[in-house]
Write a protein that binds this ligand. Sequence first.
Ligand code: AMP
Ligand code: MG
Length: 402
Amino acid sequence: MEEGVSLERALEIADEHGIQSGKEQVAIGDASGRVLASDLASKVDDPRFDNSAMDGWAVRAADCTVPGATLEVVGTSQAGSSSTHRVGEGQACSIMTGAPVPDGADAIVMIEDTDTDGSTVTINGPARVNYIRKRGENLREGGVALSSGSLLTPAAVSLAATMGHGSLEVVAKPRIAVIGVGDELTLPGEELGDASIYESNTYGIASLISKVGGMPKRYDLIHDSMDLLREALDDASQSCDAIITSGGVSMGEWDIVRRIMEEEGEVRFWRVMMRPGGPPLFGTWAGTPIFGLPGNPVSSHVVFTVLVAPWICRSMGAHRESGPRLANRVRVVMEEPLRGAPGKLCMRRISIRQEGESLVGSTSTHQGSGNIHSMVAHNGLSLLPPDTDAASGDTIDALWLI
Ligand code: AMP
Ligand code: MG
């Protein structure tokens, strides 16, 4: 077991125990937001045939070199119909956007640049070769245009459909157990006892899991009982691919997640040199990877964002650049000073906004790690290296939360 590791080291250790992700076939209509599990080659050329990029007239460019040229109309080429027309010397064919370019034509004149009486058309503007979209200029049949590990964004889904795929092989959603631990916790909506508080973390963590493409399974709250916790962990390790607990990983006597993991599980690291979120724990329970997240709501959110989410995404084989993620790394000019943390990566909540050419960062609410409102009132996290403060006007690394 390693204690007090850097975030980079924590990621390295966690990666040694990734989730074993499976694959499944889904209909293209259900593929949005999933991660592609195999390279996708096009079943067709795109465009499938030379077609017009404009409503207008298919012509021979050589017939349109002088303004006011008049050409004989030979017919119409419409999108969806196979054109049987042929454009000879001195002729033109009316054409719609997306319709096949008739044989013989080599350029298009925009409809706005023409006049017609039905049997002839007068050309008042340029005949352009590049108004013809050439067969295969976007994609070639057999060419891979989406690679395994890509997030199926709306544009990627559209591309997969363009390539002719009615169903796609995607990474199966990892099933991730979420277990909240703490005597003081009461479900929102229920009656609060004198010293109890509403439980919030498991809902936040479950939402984060869904957001990176996993399938959360929330367990009943564990009220500081080793036996109930053991039962939940056993069930979770049987039915899920990974386990996330919230609370009970600090130094206290009642920090039963840490205790049960030390006594009966396998701990790989405990405590990461970061603030907030210092005490996370990682290991395995009956062979299933488990993250013990701290109970403070901001801490659990931040640890998930910088540690658990990248781990889940890598386990799924997702690309770093085109896979799911919860934040983008940016450079931000601080509007006010920001205090770092001795020996720890410091992730303060900041608001990031565009101002002119730069991104500007500021803070508003109280920064305490118990204040989940600070995660809603801000949209970013500072990435201040250990022992580093930022002065007003300094440019710092930050995460812009999505
Ligand atoms: P712990 O990590 O269990 O020591 O908890 C640290 C702080 O987070 C305490 O103030 C807890 O009351 C609070 N806390 C723990 N678990 C949750 C939870 N699931 N939802 C909201 N707050 C929590
Ligand atoms: Mg507790």
